[in-house]
Design a protein around this ligand. Structure first.
Ligand SMILES: [Zn+2]
Ligand SMILES: [Zn+2]
Length: 355
């Protein structure tokens, strides 16, 4: 790291922390502090789903309700582990073009892009925590194949891979699935994170995310899990309780450049983290998303892809909407300690320490 380590002065009352990746200050409302267990208590309870749901369009036998299958494969004899289809109700469609049209002082364009659904299992209730790591690796493999396919389309500038789990996270179906959307524009949020990483690189001559990883490994107090290729931690200025970043140790701007070894290790990290939050946070709704560089920045030294998991345990309210700042009632170090294999919490520890 570039800056000499020093002992921080004690905080008086509440604390604010700055996230250099987003440029956002986060308020840690320690006077309204909630212990991890209180946050878990805000969920209704673990859900149960049948292995087959006759009303679910993703369950086997309902292929007539599905758009054409883009990709289907499995492991060994099974051809039916993973299916990728176009989203039946797409946010964006590949038929549009990128021409901007002015309407007075305003501007519009056609809703160009791709919107795909990745059905992760034929079984309606086979969520990632109960899959084997090999099954999760098939999902990562499908992400990679579709990512390469879509980023290779000339008009696509960004490919976002994400998973919404539960209604609070925006999922309308419980059948295990992820989504992939490509866009023909670079959204302002992505551009802002790029500018921040570029500014950091210009100042310090190194990748902010590589430095963050080194800082986290050196501090050690926010890391939950690590393997050969990835480190999973709660960021120093996490915007919400139990936000987890799974960061590749090797600097790569582009998720498309993930290696075979990294795919195995990402599956293992993701599996471990989703099991951990299911067991310890009472199966919360969550989103995860893979942040990857926009297409034309794929070789740049300041961009570094990673996967972000955000459990839905709190709600953004008026001040947060008005200021863009987040109020987090739980400290990252406490959250990380709660998700660590040891010491085990009183209930539901399972075999998390073996992951
Ligand atoms: Zn289903
Ligand atoms: Zn890096």
């Amino acid at each position: 790291m570039k800056r000499a380590a020093s002992t921080p002065p004690p905080m008086h009352g509440n604390e604010m922390r700055y996230n250099p990746a987003t440029g956002r200050w986060v308020i840690y409302a320690l006077s309204r502090r909630q212990r991890p267990r209180e946050l878990i208590g805000s969920r209704e309870g673990a859900r149960t789903e049948p292995a087959y749901d006759e009303l679910c369009p993703f369950c086997p036998g309902h292929e007539q309700d599905l758009p054409p299958i883009l990709l289907e494969y499995g492991r060994g004899d099974s051809h039916r582990q993973i299916r990728v289809v176009r989203n039946k109700y797409p946010a964006l469609t590949p038929e549009g073009d990128l021409k901007r049209v002015c309407q007075g002082m305003y501007m519009r364009m056609e809703g160009y892009g791709h919107h795909e659904v990745l059905i992760e299992s034929p079984e309606h209730n086979r969520q990632i925590p109960v899959m084997t790591p090999e099954e999760v690796e098939l999902i990562i493999e499908a992400y990679h194949r579709r990512y390469l396919k879509l980023i290779g389309v000339q008009k696509n500038l960004l490919v976002v891979i994400f998973r919404n789990y539960g209604r609070r996270a925006g999922a309308s179906l419980m059948h295990p699935h992820s989504q992939i959307i490509s866009t023909g524009v670079v959204p302002g949020h992505v551009r802002e994170m790029e500018y921040r990483a570029q500014g950091y690189f210009d100042q310090w001559g190194s990748c902010m995310y590589c430095d963050m990883l080194a800082e986290e490994l050196s501090a050690g107090v926010r890391i939950i899990h690590a393997n050969r290729s990835f480190v999973s931690f709660i960021p120093y200025a996490a915007a919400q309780p139990f936000e987890i970043w799974i960061m590749p140790r090797e600097h790569k701007a582009h998720f498309g450049d993930i290696s075979a070894e990294e795919k195995t290790d990402l599956a293992s990290s993701l599996h471990a983290m989703l099991r951990r939050i299911q067991e310890r946070l009472n199966d919360p709704d969550y989103n995860y998303v893979i942040h990857s560089s926009a297409k034309y920045r794929s070789d740049e030294p300041q961009a570094h892809w990673f996967l972000q998991i955000g459990p839905k345990l709190t709600t953004r309210a008026g001040f947060e909407i008005g200021s863009g700042m987040s109020i987090n009632t739980s400290l990252p170090e406490d959250d990380a300690a709660f998700l660590m294999p040891d010491p085990l919490p009183e209930k539901g520890a399972g075999n998390a320490s073996q992951e």
